[in-house]
Design a protein around this ligand. Structure first.
Ligand SMILES: Nc1ncnc2c1ncn2[C@@H]1O[C@H](COP(=O)(O)OP(=O)(O)OP(=O)(O)O)[C@@H](O)[C@H]1O
Ligand SMILES: [Mg+2]
Length: 247
């Protein structure tokens, strides 16, 4: 199985004013780094989980893997591209066409309805208005939210908002989905539905997933689990080829 994302020796620190770009660790001190030499592979068509305490760097690592933050040192290979050699425009195209990102804080657009949020990126990847609407409705139905299609985000519960964020990532039919604690606001039954959607995409369409999570149920579906502590990865824990939780 080839790797869809490879991370080699990645170091990252936030700027002193909280900005991105990874130029904070001028002194080269370990303390200023949030990621301290990360090596990690995401095999194509697999589910990989990042687990670890709050503040250990899970979101930061996902942002680096999702081409949203540039490492201070080290290399990220995404889909065969050495990310450090790409222009901003090339990165944007990769993010748009190959990646779906489910953010920990969702980032839904408050003035757009559920269906408009879900279809937001689709015209940019070449779908017509009609195709975008159909695709959005298809994924909203998969996450159990079709009847909420015309609501605004503020009219939804936290778990419903989280599912809109998931639907928006799925709608692009990307090769890779990076999801930051995607089941954190969901009850067990709803979480089961979402995990089943992910699992089907992995099995039938070879989609690759990276999750950060505290959810042991979601972890049980991963082929590889990477414990992250204070910006460093411990040895990965490998599970069965279909994930420990697959029934
Ligand atoms: N924008 C930022 N500017 C400065 N420091 C940041 C920023 N985002 C995160 N950090 C710091 O980086 C470290 C890692 O944060 P990160 O959000 O990656 O952790 P996490 O493992 O995702 O935690 P959680 O489980 O709470 O989501 C923390 O010490 C945090 O305070
Ligand atoms: Mg986080």
């Amino acid at each position: 199985m080839s790797a869809v994302i490879t991370v080699h020796g990645v170091e990252f620190g936030y700027g002193s004013n909280g900005g991105s770009g990874g130029f904070a660790a001028e002194a080269g001190s370990d303390q200023e780094l949030v990621l301290k030499g990360i090596d990690l592979e995401v095999p194509r068509g697999s589910m990989v989980c990042l687990v670890g305490p709050s503040g250990s760097g899970k979101t930061t690592l996902l942002n680096v893997m999702g081409l949203l933050e540039k490492p201070l040192r080290g290399q990220v290979i995404f889909d065969g591209h050495d990310v450090g050699r790409l222009s901003e425009r090339e990165l944007e195209v990769l993010r748009l066409k190959r990646l779906g990102f489910v953010f920990q804080s969702f980032f839904l657009l408050p003035t757009l309805s559920v269906v408009e949020n879900t279809s937001y990126f689709l015209p940019s990847i070449g779908l017509s208005r009609g195709e975008s609407k159909d695709r959005a409705e298809e994924v909203l139905s998969q996450v159990g939210l079709l009847q909420f299609r015309d609501k605004l985000p503020r009219e939804l519960s936290g778990g419903q908002r989280q599912r809109v964020a998931i639907a928006r990532a799925l709608a692009k039919k990307p090769a890779v989905i990076l999801a930051d604690e995607p089941t954190a606001n969901l009850d067990r039954k709803t979480s089961d539905t979402i995990v089943a959607v992910f699992q089907e995409l992995r099995e039938k369409q070879n989609v690759s997933f990276v999750f950060s999570t505290h959810d042991t149920h979601l972890v049980s579906y991963a082929q590889v689990v990477h414990p992250l502590e204070n910006g460093k990865l411990a040895a990965p824990v490998k599970q069965s080829p279909n994930g420990g939780g697959a029934k």
